[in-house]
Design a protein around this ligand. Sequence first.
Ligand SMILES: [Zn+2]
Length: 308
Amino acid sequence: MADTQSSAPATSSTASRPSGMTHAFSVDVEDWFHILECDEAPDPAAWKKMESRVERSTTVLLDLLDKHHHTGTFFILGWVAEHHPDLVREIARRGHEIGSHSHLHGLVSAAKPADFARDLERSLKALRAASGSEIRCFRAPGFSIGPDQAWAFDVLADHGITLDSSLFLSARAHGGFPLDRLRPFDIVLPDGRRILEAPVVPLRLPKVSLPWAGGGYLRLLPKAALLGLMAQAEHAERPVVTYVHPREVDPAQPRMDLPLRRRFKYYVGLNTVIDKLDSLFAAHRFGTISDVATRGLKDPPLLVRRAS
Ligand SMILES: [Zn+2]
């Protein structure tokens, strides 16, 4: 259970929470300047010189989880663990699950298997050192494992990963794994090893798929719509995998000089997220990705074929 010694005020809303299913709350723990595919974002060599805001904004999320007595899974960059080991320890101390979000936030879709393996090893080493525990969960930056990166599951299994949350079940800019599944499922590797997958399932509309439970859409959609979509998923016995970044609860973060469309995507609705999460947390039960993937209903397995 999460530590209850939070500075956040206690809530009375937990008493009225429906006795429904548990949904997954997940955080990709990276700093405000870890923006993907952005020329203005600094190279890893310059990260150390940037103002770091990740501890402060992650603590805001930790306090909100404590307020509602929920847990979650924190996919942490190995680089963040190296530079902020106390933050990793604090996340673990409050009872949350720790996973890897790679070391340097590179897209899997842009990596060769050997480079991906090296980066994963670095991140696991840093996370093990900071947390004192083995790391079993992984999420690729930008959900960047698509059908052409199925080799990544072998690399993950080789390194002790048993639970993945890297699949976004529709086409998207990078990665995207269009697949007719709605719940967690097993990925079965050619040699019979299995990885449990807790995918992000978008809302499938006639012309577009909306990843409403995280990122820009969570910031953009009104609270009533989010609550309605949560209720709909719960009615269908489908757990929702929500995801946020610490920078999304940090309206005061410095702004990068991005093209207009990306500026909107990254900075719209930053001051709405805490209030929305507060309402979602009050109305539904949230736990770790492991809670959701191992205890609930599962969809049929995905068999990965050996590359020919
Ligand atoms: Zn990320």
